[in-house]
Design a protein around this ligand. Structure first.
Ligand code: ARG
Length: 591
């Protein structure tokens, strides 16, 4: 079984001490917190904070305890001996301060060096989980909003994957069905009366194609009629030429989406809206039988708890909408795919859509009344992408910004910076390409992930590509620098892992070692709240501790402690790289 986080191991230990102290409270939950430095000093590594509340419970019943502090002292005395604790002391009203043993920290690190980072994976009770993310709409270019969904969703999937669930699905719920297709198909037929003539290059720029057809739709009533008819034809499926045209348009979009996914290293499994189309009628029928669906001004709707407006399951014209598809797809996810955790990643603007969807399922008895009971549905919302003016991010021509252009620009700027370096001529063309992609795309991802996802985020190239702030550039350089320390030593690190000893003598070595060891508990926090920014903060602190503390006070290469310090460097690299992996960032080994 995987070793638990430091916090959890301490909790196990202190539970024994708590029960020994107050046997009448067998259900007591140990409260263990990591200490944070105050004014630059830290008096302990962790603290047990149970004494105060326990004293309140036993006051009067146990006269030997005169104050919370005396309970704290008893807890300390009752702590079973353990190699992980160096010393304890009681502070203030009864906090039990815990100092971990250096030996135990180094032993744990050394074990990770041999067993690999997977040995630090927590086991969370996740069985069958799906992350629905990216999910762009056909014929509309992927824009920065989808960038956020793609980046955040991919990271969440990577994080959940690390917990080794029984099954994890990365789902692309592509919008390939809807009224916009009538317009697109009608326009395609106008331009190419013979469908065989259509070549991909003709409508390769689908956004322009979409714009042109929309213009015609809005200005030409005849065309509008044709477009509406085309939707009916497409949905009835009787005349195959409509399906063929639809497929042509979808395939071109798909090719474009896949290019973005490939550049960003994103894996997705597509199950588009059209897949669920045949499942809509049977799903609605079931809801109908349960008496959930009522008539509302000609539309078929479902009312849900605490929301004034109804969920429209079937439009007045009999057509289906975004809700109809999501009713059918959630039914499928719960009953066919048997998922017990469905996570939807979209902008916060869709909060109500998902709130109503989940509530409708609760009303139907298809989801438990308690939202925390499995199967669980979670909507993960994120804020807007803004420009420097604080408004929705747009290009100069005030159109939505195309994702590919952003990625190109990030890469271009990184390439310029690399070529300006003194050692530019030591790099091969391929190295320059690969590195500018890793840094450029990594910077875009990290800038998004490092802020709490629920807030809006300002897109700014200068900020995200700064090599000094809290950016991927800074972090990737820190990583490359540590790699070069190991290279310079000329030592075979794999050999050292087997034969060398990691010891933490210097205070800054210990600080670095402890921070490394705290990876698991920070990861658990980040994962439980589905907040990647917690992980980013940890990674940034790790680089800071390495650079500003450890590396500025502890000589590595050529020092008497060289072996041990190289091992500490290697442990740092492993944890950093794992964080990069979870954040979807490719590491850089050379600078
Ligand atoms: N296609 C939608 C959009 O671009 C996102 C779909 C999210 N997933 C879902 N099952 N509704 O806004």
């Amino acid at each position: 079984d995987a070793p638990a986080s430091v916090r959890k191991q301490l909790a196990t230990l202190f539970r024994e001490a708590l029960i020994a102290t107050v046997p009448t409270e067998p259900d007591v939950v140990p409260l263990i917190d990591a200490c944070v430095p105050k004014n630059g000093v830290k008096h302990a590594d962790y603290q047990c904070n149970n004494a105060m509340s326990l004293f309140a419970k036993i006051k009067g019943k146990r006269p030997e305890f005169k104050s919370p502090r005396s309970v704290g002292e008893a807890i300390m005395k009752n702590l079973p001996p353990s190699e992980m604790v160096e010393s304890c002391s009681v502070a203030g009203p009864g906090f039990v301060n815990i100092v971990l043993s250096k030996k135990w920290i180094s032993k744990s690190l050394q074990k990770m060096l041999t067993d690999g980072i997977d040995s630090w994976a927590p086991r969370l009770p996740i069985k069958r989980v799906m992350v629905d993310f990216s999910s762009p709409n056909i014929a509309k270019e992927m824009h920065v909003g989808h960038l956020r969904s793609t980046i955040i969703g991919d990271t969440l999937a990577r994080m959940l994957e690390f917990c080794q669930p029984e099954c994890l699905i990365r789902r692309n719920h592509i919008g390939d069905w809807g009224t916009q297709f009538g317009m697109l198909i009608a326009y395609l037929f106008e331009k190419f009366p013979n469908p065989e003539d259509v070549k991909e290059s003709d409508i390769g720029d689908l956004q322009a194609f979409y714009k042109a057809s929309k213009l015609k739709f809005d200005s030409d009533p005849d065309f509008k009629k044709k477009a509406q008819l085309s939707v009916v034809e497409l949905q009835s499926g009787e005349d195959p030429k409509y399906r063929t045209a639809w497929k042509q348009i979808c395939d071109i979009s798909r090719t474009e989406f896949n290019k973005v996914y490939q550049r960003l290293g994103i894996r997705l499994e597509e199950m588009p809206e059209s897949f669920f189309n045949p499942l809509i009628p049977p799903t609605l029928e079931k809801l109908e039988k349960l008496g959930l669906i009522e008539d509302n001004d000609g539309a078929r709707v479902i009312f849900v708890e605490g929301v004034d407006i109804p969920l429209i399951a079937v439009k007045r014209d009999g057509g289906y909408n975004y809700f109809s598809t999501d009713l059918a797809s959630l039914w499928y996810r719960l009953n066919v795919e048997k998922l017990d955790w469905n996570i939807y990643v979209t902008d916060v603007g869709q909060w109500q859509h998902f709130d109503m969807l989940f509530k409708a399922f609760r009303r139907a008895g298809w989801l438990p009344k308690d939202p925390n009971e499995y199967p669980i549905c979670t909507h993960i919302g994120f804020g807007l992408v803004c420009g420097d003016d604080g408004k929705r991010f747009r290009s100069r021509s005030s159109e939505t910004v195309r994702l590919v252009d952003l990625l190109d620009e990030a890469k271009r700027r990184c390439k310029v910076a690399l070529l300006e370096r003194d050692n530019a001529k030591d790099w091969t063309e391929e190295e320059i390409e690969k590195t500018s992609e890793a840094i450029g795309y990594g910077a875009v991802k990290y800038a998004d992930l490092k802020i709490n996802r629920t807030t809006n985020y300002t897109f700014n190239f200068d900020q995200m590509l700064n090599d000094k702030g809290n950016t991927a550039v800074y972090l990737l350089y820190a990583h490359a620098r540590i790699c070069s320390i190991i290279r310079k030593s000329g030592k075979d690190i794999e050999e050292l892992k087997k034969t060398g000893n990691l010891v933490l003598e210097h205070e800054d070595e210990r600080t670095l070692g402890l921070h490394l060891l705290q990876f698991t508990e920070v990861f658990v926090e980040s994962c439980s709240n589905l907040l990647p920014n917690v992980l980013c903060e940890y990674l940034y602190n790790l680089s800071e501790i390495f650079t500003k503390k450890f590396y500025s006070s502890c000589q590595v290469v050529g020092s008497p402690e060289e072996t041990s310090r190289l091992l500490l460097c290697e442990a740092t690299l492993i944890v950093m790289r794992h964080c990069f992996y979870l954040l979807g960032i490719d590491p850089v080994y050379k600078l």
